[in-house]
Each structure stands twice: as C-alpha cells, then as structure tokens.
Write a new protein. Structure first.
Length: 369
C-alpha cells in the first residue's frame, strides 16, 4: 500500500521557523491569528512571516479566517490552520487487541477502530493485520468525508506503540515481555515498506505520555498504564524520558515481594505480576494498593509533580484506582485524558508533534516545548 491521499502539499515542514508558525496557527484554532501576532510571538520579522504563510497557503495548510476590527489603521487579516490538510495514523499493538486511530493536523480524533489481535501470532501476521486495519480506517474515513470534504488530506505517517522493551531509535522490538520471539524484528522498516509511509515505533507508555505532555503544563509526571501489562511513561521537566537505550519506564518489573508470583519477565514478585493477579481475581483494592506502592517509589525517586493512570484495568474501575493510588503518594493522582485511545492517539502524535516544533529528537527523547 502506498497511501498518499490527494490533498495539501507540505513543502515547508522541514523549516524550524515554519514549525513555529504552524504551532501558533494550530493553537489559535478556528478564530485564527494575524501575521503581526505571528511575528510578535515567534520573534520573526514580518517579512519572514509573510513568506512562510504564503507558502503555507500555497500548500493548502492555511486559509484566511476573516478580519479583525482595527483599533487604528488597516484591519488585520486572520489566518487559520486547515486541520484536514494532513493526517497521522496511530496504532496500538496490545497483547490481545489492535487499536487504530486517525488524527487530523489539530490532533482531533477523526476515526478509531479496535479489533482482536494475537501479538504472539508472529510478526508477519501482525504486520498484515496492522496494514489491513489502516486500510479499513482510511476507506471508512474516505467514504464518510467524501460528501463534506473534497480531500481527506495527506497521510503523513504512522506511529506504532507496543509493549517493550524495544529500541525506539532503531525501530526494533527487543524481548517483549511474554513475547520474546519479537526480539530483533525490524518492525518500523518492515511496516514502512508494506505501507509506503514513514513509520515511527515507540513503547505504548511513551507514546501515551507524549500525547499527554503535549496538552499539559510542561511539568514532570508519570503515566502508569495497567492493561494486559504494566508500564510507565516518564515526562521530566516537560521532556519525554526514554533513557539512553529507550529502556526507561519498565515500571512493572520492580520486585516488591521476594516470594511473590512469577512474572512474565522471569522474576518473581514484580508489581506487574501482583497487580494482574489481583485484577484477575477481582480484588481491585489490592491491585490499586500495589500500584500505589510502586507509584510512591517513583514519586520519591524522581520528585515528579503528578501521577496519571490509564489502561483497561484502570478505566474499568477508575475511581477505585485513583483513590487507592492517591492514598499512597504525596502528589495529585488523576485518570489520564484520552480514555481507551490514549496510547493510539499518542502514537499518532509521534508523527504530528515534530511538524509543529513540539518534539526534538535526542537520546533522552523528544523535548516538549
């Protein structure tokens, strides 16, 4: 598949200055923003802003949004982003299901679809399932938008989020907990070749944390995800922290009970094993208490500002988990925004965020501005 829909040409997205302008246009929303305001907020000259916005208009990313009444002098022409000028796909490869989402340039959810998946069925089988779901979402979206929107816009790329450990920079899973057969499979490159699109791979918790950080206050927080496994996404000082080998956030494999049950990682007494066992027998309070112990360790170790919770096990009993974890940590605890799509939407943001200058590649992870 080579899925590039007829739509906007994006010729200036490689420019840092254009990214600054695009980000302000994105945050301005439907109301728009003037060229003078763009110059004031970016520190660019009015001439530079005029050249950038002219190219953005030619590329179909920006249109006029009316005029603002003048307080003296010529009324200012307002510009706004065209959200449908581009889209990003996000995939969440969980151990037992696959969620696919489509976001527009504003980060708004356009479409979502979840189907069963066996992550242990083999890399090639999972690859074909992912490609089929992308085709299905795009086909449904094209049909739905055909009556109202001339073009679904350009699909800029696909973000893929899955359990770790994995190598984000190489785009390769490692010995995924419970599925060691994924070790070394070139998922990013293989899926990119299959789709004919750029692909970015990251851990599920990192993707979710990135998406949450983009709409947050730029503080330090931990996103704890309890579903078919348990992991953490760490944002420190506004920056997504992956670690030098993108191995940070394997939160679920802290051993807190030496004689505890065996974990899929090979150890015994891991937080993940204890939490999943408690959830499996319906003891939500016990699961929340164990998760709270791990969260308290994390808060004390990293001095973070807040803890966000997500994942199927959490959303099924959100009040109990928020209360149980909150009783054990000294910072605010809340349910993460995004619900069941938080990981998949974060995966799509792996593609979108750099377009707006909101992520800088570095060994420690993208810097959220």
């Amino acid at each position: 598949m080579n899925r590039t829909v007829n739509g906007a040409n994006l010729p200036v997205l490689r420019s840092h200055n254009a990214a600054l302008v695009l980000d302000l246009l994105r945050t301005a929303g439907e109301g728009g923003i003037s060229r003078i305001e763009l110059a004031e907020r970016t520190g660019l000259t009015p001439q530079a802003v005029s050249k950038i916005t002219a190219r953005l208009r030619e590329g179909g990313l920006v249109v006029e949004a009316g005029r603002r009444a003048s307080t003296g002098g010529k009324p200012r022409t307002l510009l706004r982003l065209v959200p449908s000028a581009g889209h990003a796909m996000g995939l969440h490869l969980d151990r037992d299901e696959l969620t696919t989402v489509l976001l527009d340039l504003s980060g708004t959810l356009v479409a979502a679809r979840t189907v069963p998946l066996d992550l242990g069925a083999g890399a090639e089988a999972v690859l074909e399932a992912a490609a089929a779901e992308i085709e299905a979402v795009l086909a449904t979206t094209a049909t739905a938008e055909a009556e109202a929107v001339p073009s679904a816009g350009r699909v800029l790329g696909v973000g893929v989020a899955m359990p770790g450990p994995l190598d984000h920079w190489a785009g390769v899973p490692r010995r995924v907990t419970g599925f060691p057969e994924w070790d070394g499979f070139p998922l990013r490159d293989a899926l990119g070749a299959r789709l004919g699109l750029p692909v970015v791979l990251d851990k599920d918790t990192n993707a979710a944390a990135l998406g949450l950080a983009l709409r947050g206050p730029g503080d330090s927080f931990a996103y704890l995800h309890l579903g078919t496994g348990l992991g953490a996404g760490l944002v420190l000082g506004g920056a997504l922290y992956r670690g030098a080998r993108t191995g940070a956030g394997e939160f679920g494999h802290q051993v807190i009970q030496l004689d505890g049950p065996e974990c899929g990682c090979g150890r015994s007494g891991c937080i993940e094993a204890l939490c999943l066992a408690a959830v499996g027998r319906g003891d939500v309070d016990r699961a929340a208490g164990v998760l709270g112990i791990g969260a308290a360790n994390l808060v004390e170790l990293l001095d973070i500002d807040r803890v966000l919770l997500g994942g199927r096990a959490v959303t099924a009993a959100a009040e109990s988990f928020v209360r149980g974890v909150g009783e054990r940590v000294r910072v605010p605890v809340a349910l993460a925004e995004g619900g069941e799509h938080v990981v998949a939407e974060g995966a799509a943001q792996l593609v979108l965020a750099p377009l707006f200058g909101r992520a800088e590649a570095s060994p420690a992870g993208p810097k959220i501005r």
